[in-house]
Design a protein. Sequence first.
Length: 543
Amino acid sequence: MTSELNDFIRQRIIREREAGLLPQGVVTRFPPEPNGYLHIGHAKSIHLNFGVAEEFGGSTYLRFDDTNPVKESDEFVQAIMRDVRWLGFDWGARLTHASDYFEQLYQFAIELIEHGKAYVCALSNDEMRDTRGTLTEPGRESPYRNRPVAENLDLFRRMRAGEFPDGALVLRARIDMASPNINLRDPVLYRIRHVPHQRTGSAWPIYPMYDYTHCISDALEGITHSICTLEFEDHRPLYDWVLDNVSVSCHPPQIEFSRLGLEYTVMSKRFLHQLVEERWVDGWDDPRMPTVAGLRRRGVTPGAIRDFCHRIGVTKQDNTIEMSLFEFCVRQDLESSAPRGMAVLDPLRVTIRNHPGHHESLSAPWHPQVPALGARDLPFGPSIFIEREDFSEDPPPGYKRLRPDGLIRLRYAYIIRCEEVVRDAAGTITELIASYVPESRSGSDTSGLKPPGVIHWVDAAQGVSARVRLYDRLFRVPEPRVANLAEDFNHDSLQEVTAVLEPAITATDEMRFQFERLGYFCKDAEIAGVFNRTVSLRDSFKP
């Protein structure tokens, strides 16, 4: 096995293989909680867990951490599976749920109680918080910490039977209230919640906590490398304590890596929920969102996301990645694969007074460097649209577009000369009158003229009207302040214009295009007649 990547996780696996420590091969898992859609930070974890297993000939479980029915739903389960598949990864028959292990988890909790390692506590959440201590002060023991084993077993079984209301009791691990690691100060293992579960219905009125469930699930599945992000580093001693104190035969190592931080957005599901629920965005798949579904709808490809994950690598130090790097990866991926067509986002009509009147069909390649993409017909008639910004009555120095009495070449067509400017009563330019040079047809130009530049255009009669959504960065600042997201929110992150597209763009089944000189765009998968801007041709964002 060879890999272009040489991070500390892969180096560890290589050493373990060489030492004969992995006779069963490499087994990883991706364990999302189904309480929201996946975002690009999850894509990094998916790329790492599935990628490492593939490289070393191993396998990966997709395991849903479905231990909190209050926030979870089948909608999120289906969305997560769809996103993992779209990113190019396959879990095969290794689809599991934490709820698959509810009975085993319960029996392991009984073991802990029987061995004096867990107890039923009646302190409220606030009381437990008050007795937890601080980073410099030890916690105080619960008055219920020394209940007799028999009493703990009786109460826990009655919790399981549904005798107590929510919040009345919890099961806590009995570890060390003076530990310098607050996670070891008798953490909660089970809590009561009379909430139906999406898979188990009302069978369980108690649910296990993540720190208890996750490590045992890893052990039951024979995970060889439990890879998680750095915020779980302080939880590793609890991960190990649980596995050391229950009768499982496997003890996977927990290995932490840096989570993905990306400029101009947020990665916390809590804040993504806020954006959706408060309608700052139009759902989880809004193309401005950093969710995999949003990026897909925006036109980003799986290849671009995988390239991005490859470039940022795997480290032990948290950092924030520049948005420009992600956008570079998107452009790189689309550069040779997206057909190129012409669209005018702010149309200005140009009437060609010496045109014979009938439409001419020109031919243009879909991509000048990729002949395999073929060509399309380009209608050219007596009236066309150009971008309003491609004409100036008082052009600045170095201006290479159309001006009064100036020449310009129309892409794949002819040279035209602006001869007259038409205004409405308010003085706004409504039309240009021009003439074209018949012998200047692109590919067979014998005119000898040398216009200063080339602009795109669309035939006015046969162009197709379309709604184009110009998506930009979700927040105005690179690192949004989570305490005041509203102030940093970019209210110009979505602008919609009515554009005119050359007819071949809407006639093909292709989804992604480069609109020449404007950027990369994608047909919206949900709304007919709408195109979403994937990324501009260069970084033009202005906070």
